[in-house]
Design a protein around this ligand. Structure first.
Ligand code: PLP
Length: 223
């Protein structure tokens, strides 16, 4: 078995220039995350609030924690102080709650809007139309404590590469539409988070700027 450090190196070596790597550490203990940190990894992704806030104080403060799971509104207060980027904003209501809570504690929270492009009904997110309508509506201009830094999405879990290409292309299309439209001139709007262990190569071909990789770094998760 290769070490976490070796896995990180081989994943890094396979990334297109300019693509950043989020190491998805959900279900893995702090000691293993530490190995990745010691190998130079700074961005980590977690999908449960409880788990993120438990691990955060055990690990170096230089680590930037990304939240990538479905965020329940009643967990927003707990998450906001510990998180560097919430990748999974999937409703206007949630966006407003993160804004309000960030204002309350005097910070600005970076977020991505999650798009639902996969065929599975279980994946959360805005449809492309809903996402474009939300940003075009201008309501985000009144939310001063969230900064919309881009979009995130997942492709269908399938062997059909053509379908995966199509879905990632759709996410990138929404990003391009917004960055030349309502988000034009906002230099922080620059992240297209797409691609996991099984499909990140396709995601990069379709214009991903950030991949979220768990299994290829840490091995299989034991739920
Ligand atoms: C678990 C998870 C990942 C990582 O998946 P792997 O297949 O282990 O690389 C990426 N993104 C999200 C949203 C996840 O929940």
């Amino acid at each position: 078995m290769l070490s976490v450090a070796e896995n990180i190196k081989s994943v890094r070596d396979s990334l297109f220039p300019g693509v950043s790597l989020v190491a998805v550490s959900k279900f893995h203990p702090a000691a293993i995350i530490r190995e990745a940190y010691d190998a130079g990894q700074i961005l980590f992704g977690e999908s449960r609030v409880q788990e993120l806030v438990k691990k955060e104080p055990l690990l170096p403060s230089e680590i930037k924690w990304h939240f990538i799971g479905h965020l329940q509104t009643n967990k927003v207060r707990q998450l906001v102080p510990s998180v560097a980027l919430i990748q999974s904003i999937d409703s206007e209501k949630l966006l407003r709650m993160v804004d309000r809570e960030s204002e309350r504690i005097g910070r600005v929270t970076d977020v991505l809007l999650q798009l639902h492009v996969a065929l599975e009904t279980t994946k959360f997110g805005f449809t492309c139309d809903e996402c474009e309508a939300l940003v075009d509506s201008g309501v985000i201009d009144s939310l001063h404590n969230v900064r919309i830094c881009g979009v995130m999405g997942m492709a269908t879990n399938t062997d059909n590469d053509a379908e995966i290409h199509k879905e990632f292309r759709e996410i990138r299309r929404v990003f391009d539409y917004l960055s030349s439209g309502a988000m034009a001139g906002k230099d922080y709007f620059r992240t297209v988070s797409m691609g996991m262990s099984e499909d990140y190569r396709i995601a990069m071909e379709e214009g991903s700027t950030m991949v979220r990789i768990g299994t290829s770094i840490f091995g299989e998760r034991e739920y």
